[in-house]
Design a protein around this ligand. Structure first.
Ligand code: AR6
Length: 174
């Protein structure tokens, strides 16, 4: 199985690369972005300041610095709203593109493993089950055609997200 689910803190992962659910400034924020920046410290912020930001759906690579992960891929997910309104087709395509951009970097760099947080499911307000569906579909399709990354891990920080992936896998991939 090339897809795994984990529960816990992504900043603790010993792996080739973790993904950061960043904002377009790449200079840090709350949620998982805040946790990564806090753990690495100012070296990451200084490096990211030279990257000219990142558009929605794009991804940029940095070193992992003092993290156990060798690299960090920073991507900007889709921001819905503070009221959880229904995402548009374009919102869904943008979220798909975030996963796609990260996977393309992992493939190009021949990373064996990539660990994703639940992009857009926090502050950016994307509905959880729909985001699980989009991310799994994008990853399964990518892995069918690409040798790298050999393994994709979803790192969930709450039970609701973990259950959402389990339900989606049971419904559509077993
Ligand atoms: N490890 C793994 N997952 C985590 C961690 C952690 N240490 N901390 C939070 N999560 P969010 P977004 C989960 O809000 O929705 C930031 O301010 C969290 O439970 O981090 O893409 C950025 O700067 C949730 O399921 O990312 C942007 O402005 C998931 O990570 C904005 O938030 C994503 O939640 C991006 O919002």
């Amino acid at each position: 199985m090339r897809i795994e689910l984990h529960f816990g803190d992504i900043t603790e992962f010993n792996t080739d690369c973790i993904v950061n659910a960043a904002n377009s400034s790449l200079l840090g924020g709350g949620g998982v972005d805040g946790a990564i920046h806090k753990k690495v410290g100012k070296l990451l912020k200084e490096y990211c300041a030279k990257l000219n930001g990142c558009l929605t759906g794009e991804a940029k690579l940095t070193l992992g610095f003092n993290l156990k992960a060798n690299f960090i891929i920073h991507t900007v997910g889709t921001r819905i709203s503070f009221n959880n309104v229904e995402p548009t087709f374009e919102d869904c395509e943008n979220l798909k593109q975030s996963y796609q951009s990260c996977l393309e970097i992992a493939s190009k760099e021949k990373f064996n493993e990539i660990v994703f947080p639940n992009i857009s499911k926090g502050v950016y307000g994307f509905p959880i089950d729909l985001a699980s569906k989009i991310s799994l579909r994008t990853i399964f399709k990518f892995l069918e055609k690409n040798e790298y990354p050999k393994k994709v891990i979803f790192c969930c920080f709450n039970i609701e997200n973990l259950e959402s992936y389990i339900n989606e896998i049971k419904e559509n991939y077993e």
